[in-house]
Design a protein around this ligand. Structure first.
Ligand code: XBP
Ligand code: MG
Length: 255
């Protein structure tokens, strides 16, 4: 039986990457007097490295090899802390909005008594800021468990954050559904034993989603229906709880 929905954040609940995290990284680089700039396309490549600090470290290793090896980790940490400050300010200013259908789906699931949780590689402060800003007051309390970077140092595709969330929820993976936007997220969820629905975005739509229950263009709103790109079919272009329950039950039947 479907008891819980476990949501990824970046790319799933909100399109945070291109106009949020990417811009915040660039501002941190500029503050440090560095002439590094991650344009939209380059950032898409760098997203293969999950985790902001890890992403910066990877960039230093590949594009700033003149920086002494022993100084790289500290530099990545400093830049990442500054990047988080910028990102939090941007969220407060409204630079990042929820994706269509997200608030509708979360409200419906909460009202129906489903357990809601979050499993993300991003920093906890970023989630609190986003949910406080983009959802109705008090909605942070809708989430029984929030698993973030601080809880799971091994980033997706490692399943650690999903395992952390499942353990805290005290639920079996077969009673939950993960909602993700990326191949790394799908691999992490599947490795933790979770069935997964994918909602793609511009950075992820061409990734390999083998193993997903359904791959969607989004959750859809009445005036902007979503499309199924692969996997199980959908009734009317609106992903709601009944639809998620149907996909989940169908998958259980296959086990
Ligand atoms: C999100 C990430 C994060 C964000 C930036 O991946 O990889 O690193 O890009 O956030 P997912 P931080 O959606 O799979 O969780 O800078 O806080 O890491
Ligand atoms: Mg994501």
């Amino acid at each position: 039986m479907l008891r819980a929905l476990i949501f990824d954040v970046d790319g799933t609940i909100a399109d945070t990457e291109r106009d949020g995290h990417r811009v915040a990284f660039n501002r941190a680089f500029a503050d440090a007097g560095l002439d590094w700039h991650w344009d939209v396309a380059r950032y898409g490549e760098l997203l293969r490295v999950t985790g902001g600090r890890e992403r910066i470290l990877h960039f230093i290793d590949t594009d700033a090899a003149h920086i002494a090896t022993g100084a790289r980790e500290a530099l990545a940490r400093t830049l990442h802390a500054r990047k988080t400050e910028h990102y939090l300010r941007m969220v407060d200013e409204g630079a990042v909005q929820l994706r269509p259908g997200v608030e509708r789906l979360l409200s419906e699931a909460h009202a129906a008594g489903l357990v809601l949780a979050i499993a993300t590689t991003t920093s906890r402060a970023n989630i609190d800021a986003l949910l406080a800003h983009a959802l109705p007051p008090g909605a942070l309390d809708w989430f029984s468990v929030i698993g973030a970077a601080e809880d799971a140092p091994c980033k997706k595709p490692d399943p650690q954050v999903y395992e952390f969330v499942l353990e805290k929820l005290e639920l079996a993976p077969q009673d939950c559904l993960a909602i993700e936007d990326s191949a790394a997220g799908l691999q992490a969820a599947n490795a933790a034993g979770l069935r997964t629905v994918i909602t793609v975005n511009d950075y992820t739509r061409d990734q390999d989603f083998s193993g997903a229950l359904a791959v969607l263009s989004g959750f859809g709103e009445p005036d902007a229906p979503a499309r199924v790109l692969a996997g199980a079919s959908m009734r009317d272009g609106l992903v709601d709880l009944m639809q998620l329950r149907a996909w989940h039950a169908g998958a259980q039947g296959e086990d």
